[in-house]
Design a protein around this ligand. Structure first.
Ligand code: NAD
Length: 367
């Protein structure tokens, strides 16, 4: 059966990097896989066409697709459009309506780029970790959330950290499922020493592990110690699972272990479908629409191509194809092929977005 994939290229460099993903999909379709691709608008381009950052018709397609791959949204052209229809509103609606509660951010070091890291080469060479962050609960959404006037010249700001059992259960299950596709190890991070939500988080993750995932190795770490360990010895981790707030920070720390924004993929997943077991999924590069280089053929397409590799692994049960694509990226980088963002202080000749895509497709065939 064909895999239904919806491509939403978006704005700025989005269509440029997505163009290279289409070449990669074309290669897989010519070599035994079957992707049925639809394309549609999101972000500023959707606002220009429909007056909405994502139309209801596009949302219907996203809800039906096996996976959605997004390029990037936004840009100065839409700085003054009304708040509810700004480009980012399209992305937020996709995340909300698809009920994507799990954010996956890998931090993988490609040896050829090891010197881009702020850490020593030996600490990050071979690094391959995955941060699983709870995305729809916790202190960013908990009520009450307000600034109170205390009437004595003082104000009081309140944010509330709230987690229910089911929210912790389902994010823990995602982390254990992902670990089974990798090195089968999960480290759960919270602050049970000072937060009640940390106590419940720890209890529930332990229970889910005991009930359903005894084959996966589970450890626990306080989130502050986890932050330290991420920069001291990051290779000790496989999958890290943590809440919305800690995950926001730890995933950015982990991302920067590996260098350039043009290299970072991500995924957001929902609950498994009762009939098919397939999770709703949105894959996207971490970077934005990069208006400063848009339309110039300078963008690095690797973050978007690696986001498609995540789709292969996590939506299409195609781990071998994902490995093959990641190896193709690795071999192109090892040959010294570089877009401008990967040149580093010593400079050198940069290839274009299309040349990088072509090199990766050629390496796919050579693998
Ligand atoms: P950005 O990620 O677009 O760019 C930051 C810097 O990194 C720029 O110098 C850019 O040229 C460079 N860069 C980013 N991706 C690159 C790539 N693939 N190859 C080479 N260089 C790359 O962030 P920004 O400048 O803060 O935001 C620009 C626009 O993107 C804004 O409108 C913002 O709202 C939007 N944005 C969208 C998303 C998204 O779609 N998920 C995420 C972040 C920002």
């Amino acid at each position: 059966m064909a895999h239904d994939l919806l491509l939403l290229a978006g704005d700025g460099i989005g269509p440029e990097v997505m163009g290279e993903v289409k070449k990669v999909i074309g290669w897989f379709n010519a070599n035994g896989m079957d992707f049925a691709v639809e394309e549609d608008l999101v972000g500023g381009c959707a606002y220009d066409a429909h007056g909405q950052a994502v139309s209801d018709a596009t949302m219907d397609k996203a809800l039906r697709a096996d996976a959605v791959l997004l390029g990037a949204v936004g840009g100065p052209k839409w700085d003054k459009v009304p708040y509810e229809v700004r480009p980012e509103a399209g992305l937020l609606r996709l995340r909300k309506d698809l009920e994507l509660f799990a954010n996956l951010r890998p931090a993988k070091c490609f040896d050829a780029l090891a010197d881009f890291s702020s850490l020593k080469r030996e600490l990050i060479e071979g690094l391959d970790i995955l941060i699983v962050r709870e995305l729809t609960g916790g202190v960013y959404f908990g009520e009450p959330k307000e600034i109170r006037d205390l009437g004595n010249g003082q104000k009081r700001a309140i944010d509330t950290q709230v987690y229910d059992t089911y929210e912790i259960e389902r994010i823990a299950a995602v982390a254990f499922d992902m670990a089974r596709l990798r090195d089968n190890r999960v480290c759960s991070m919270e602050k049970r020493n000072v937060m009640r939500s940390g106590v419940l988080w720890n209890e529930v993750v332990t229970q889910v592990h005991q009930d359903r995932y005894g084959d996966v190795q589970l450890s626990h770490m306080l989130a502050d110690a986890g932050g330290m360990q991420l920069v001291r010895a990051p290779k000790q981790f496989d999958v890290i699972v943590t809440d919305n707030l800690f995950g926001d920070m730890l995933s950015d720390v982990a991302a920067m272990l590996t260098g350039s924004l043009g290299m970072l993929p991500s995924a957001s997943l929902g609950a498994p479908d009762a009939a098919t077991g397939r999770r709703k999924a949105l894959y996207e590069p971490v970077h934005g629409s990069a208006p400063d280089i848009a339309g110039q053929g300078k963008a690095n397409p690797i973050a978007c191509i690696l986001s498609f590799a995540m789709a292969l692994r996590y939506s299409f049960d195609a781990g071998e194809a994902a490995d093959r694509l990641e190896k193709a990226v690795e071999s192109v980088l090892a040959q010294g092929v570089r877009t401008g963002d990967l040149l580093g202080p010593n400079g050198g000749a940069a290839v274009s977005t299309a040349q990088m895509g072509d090199a990766i497709v050629a390496a796919l065939g050579a693998n």
